[in-house]
Design a protein around this ligand. Structure first.
Ligand code: UGY
Ligand code: MN
Length: 224
């Protein structure tokens, strides 16, 4: 557990960071009732918050929303943000990274949403679905946050590998994850960082559906 300046009543557990080789950071925020940021912060980064538990007031610039479990917020680069656990304790998944600007394309605006309101795309996905929490194919975004869902026994059609990296947080259920050549059992609450080009595959096991929250960098050329 880490404690950070600018937060009160909040334990931060970093799960991925540049120190690991990742080009983003992901952390779990565990906030006591009333805990969160002590003032609005602007670190120049872009941020994504996903509420796992509790009711959390999230501020992005001039807008504040109280989000329950499944609620999420995107904070554009250079925008002040704040968090506060209302009433009870709250748990939040936090992704942050420097924004890669493109000439002629403005960064996306702040956005709030809820998992329950995002359509489940099941096209060519037997027993599976994907929810694009921030949409897909919009060049203004340099990352996607997607929810991947699986019925027991379902799996990807092949082992995949790609230049994009992932931060994966198991939200529910369980399954077996292939990373490189090794299978790992993944349970609710587990976190996986997948570096670029790591071969990956998932099989949903157990008696109930599984779902995970997935960070993926997209829409940008390679850097030399
Ligand atoms: O979108 C993806 O890259 C996804 N299929 N990868 C994954 O879930 N490991
Ligand atoms: Mn992938």
């Amino acid at each position: 557990p880490s404690r950070l300046p600018g937060f009160a009543g909040t334990v931060v557990r970093f799960q991925a960071a540049p120190a690991l080789g990742a080009r983003f950071a992901q952390a779990l925020l565990e906030m006591a009732a009333g805990g969160g940021t002590t003032a609005l912060r602007d670190d120049g980064l872009e941020h994504f918050f996903y509420v796992l538990e509790g009711n959390v007031a999230v501020t992005a610039g001039t807008q504040t929303r109280v989000l329950g479990a499944g609620g999420y917020a995107f904070v554009p680069p250079g925008t002040a943000y704040g968090l506060r656990a209302e009433g009870d304790a709250g748990r939040v998944a936090w992704v942050k990274r420097p924004y890669e600007a493109l000439p002629g394309i403005a960064p996306p605006a702040a956005r709030f949403g809820d998992r329950a309101d995002v359509p489940r795309d099941t096209t060519n996905r037997p027993g599976r679905y994907i929810q694009f929490l921030l949409g897909t194919g919009d060049l203004a975004f340099d990352f996607e946050m997607n929810l991947m869902g699986f019925e027991p026994g379902s799996h990807f059609p092949c082992i995949e590998t790609h230049i994009m990296e992932h931060g994966l947080l198991m939200l529910e259920g369980q399954g077996n994850y292939l990373l490189g050549r090794d299978w790992h059992e993944a349970w609710t609450g587990d976190f996986i960082w997948m570096g670029p080009f790591v071969p990956q595959q998932f099989y949903c096991t157990g008696w109930g559906p599984a779902a995970y929250l997935l960070y993926k960098n997209v829409n940008r050329d390679v850097a030399f």
